[in-house]
Design a binder for this molecule. Structure first.
Ligand code: CP3
Length: 355
């Protein structure tokens, strides 16, 4: 394997010294980029991009080619590949987000769910990882990812996106054993899926717990964090002679950072509702932090973006352990020039915080 030419992302996740604060953007390959929209039109639809390793590689590389400041690549795929491989029949209705042909409603439905084999059932993702690694040729590290069990369960039980999680929360409270069985199957599936990605070449992995923040404090511990802890304890933590850092991102998890920091991961993702300096004090030396600019700041002009970047860097303060990112995915309406101004500001303004 080629040596990494830029490893500041991996170094910051392990709190090792860096020259400037590394940066990437959640959803960096996406609809705000005209080249992404062109590739999607060529492929036909979103799932065809994900399922064809050449297309997945092409769109993964697009933001890196446009923005030389990016310090990491993220596999182009989706968190809903696992429920699809469990037989739920994922499809995307234009403008309506993800949908499933089959919905999980009863204990019998859950008992019948298979645990996907990453190589047999999700081979297209493993192939995308190895194709992207080859194409990156050591430029920057490649991030693999998965959804958290709770976040995946919400989509499987609701049959798609939801505002109030009516069915999944009803199941959680009425039939906790059924929900636990579903989460346990998902935790097993995510563990082998992420280990497959690591063996195929992913150099760090992130678990997206996009809807953990919708839970009560008690339910979060029992139905989301416990399963992420289980996954982390089953992951391959070293590969190709290097540590493989694990990032946990619970959107809306700001109130629970101390317990998330205890789950065994190397880093926590932060949304924009908490102050990163305060978060750093709360988690101490246990984990690195990734985040946490409000993605809507990118609608403002480049001067305002630069001011906000400066404020976040100053709040984190001196030293390593910070990966700059948005607090959630970049949105389709953002001007690509503004994303460029954001990335440049992170590198320019952060040098003063590192020796
Ligand atoms: O970050 C990256 O660039 C990597 C690619 C990536 C995608 N989805 C591509 C995508 C990642 C990491 C994801 C994760 C994902 N998918 C999450 C967790 C992160 C989060 O946002 O909280 C979730 C909840 C999903 C499920 C999902 N996939 C939804 C809700 C949607 C519809 C979004 C919308 O605005 O319509 C998707 C589709 C999707 N996944 C797109 C992309 C680029 C847009 C599809 C398109 O091109 O039409």
């Amino acid at each position: 394997m080629t040596a990494l030419k830029n490893d500041r992302f991996l170094r910051a996740l392990l709190k090792q010294p860096v020259d400037v604060t590394p940066v990437w953007m959640m959803r960096q390959a996406g609809r705000y980029l005209p080249e992404y929209r062109a590739s999607r039109a060529k492929a036909g639809d979103f799932m065809s991009l994900c399922m064809n390793p050449e297309f997945a590689c092409e769109v993964t590389m697009q933001p890196l080619d446009r923005y030389p400041q990016l310090d990491a690549a993220i596999l182009f795929s989706d968190i809903l590949t696992i429920p699809d491989a469990m037989g739920q029949g994922l499809y995307f209705e234009t403008g309506e987000g993800p949908r499933f042909k089959k919905v999980v409603s009863t204990l019998a439905d859950i008992e019948a769910l298979p645990i996907p084999d990453p190589h047999k059932d999700l081979g297209y993702v493993m192939d995308a990882v190895s194709t992207i690694r080859r194409e990156l040729n050591g430029r920057v590290p490649l991030i693999g990812f998965s959804g958290s069990p709770w976040t995946l369960a919400t989509y499987m039980v609701e049959g798609g996106s939801s505002k109030d999680f009516r069915k999944s929360k009803a199941m959680l409270y009425e039939n906790p054993q059924a929900m636990h069985l579903l989460l346990d199957k998902l935790a097993q599936s995510v563990t082998s899926y992420l280990n497959g990605q690591i063996m195929a070449g992913a150099q760090a992995v992130q678990i997206f717990d996009s809807w953990g923040g919708s839970l009560s404090a008690a339910a979060y511990q029992e139905f989301s964090l416990a399963y992420m802890r289980k996954i982390v304890s089953g992951l391959i933590r070293e590969h190709e002679g290097r540590k493989v850092p694990v990032i946990l991102f619970t959107k809306g998890g700001g109130l629970w950072l101390e317990s998330i920091a205890d789950a065994g991961a190397d880093a926590l993702g932060l949304d924009w509702t908490c102050d990163i300096g305060n978060a750093r004090e709360r988690v101490g030396n246990k984990v690195a932090l990734q985040g946490n600019m409000d993605p809507t700041v990118l609608y403002a002009n480049p001067e305002a973006i630069r001011t906000e970047v400066g404020r976040i860097l100053a709040s984190y303060g001196k030293g390593s352990g910070h990966v700059f990112n948005l607090g959630h995915g970049i949105t389709p309406e953002v001007d690509p020039e503004h994303a460029g101004a954001f990335l440049r500001a992170v590198h320019e303004l952060s040098a003063q915080y590192h020796e």
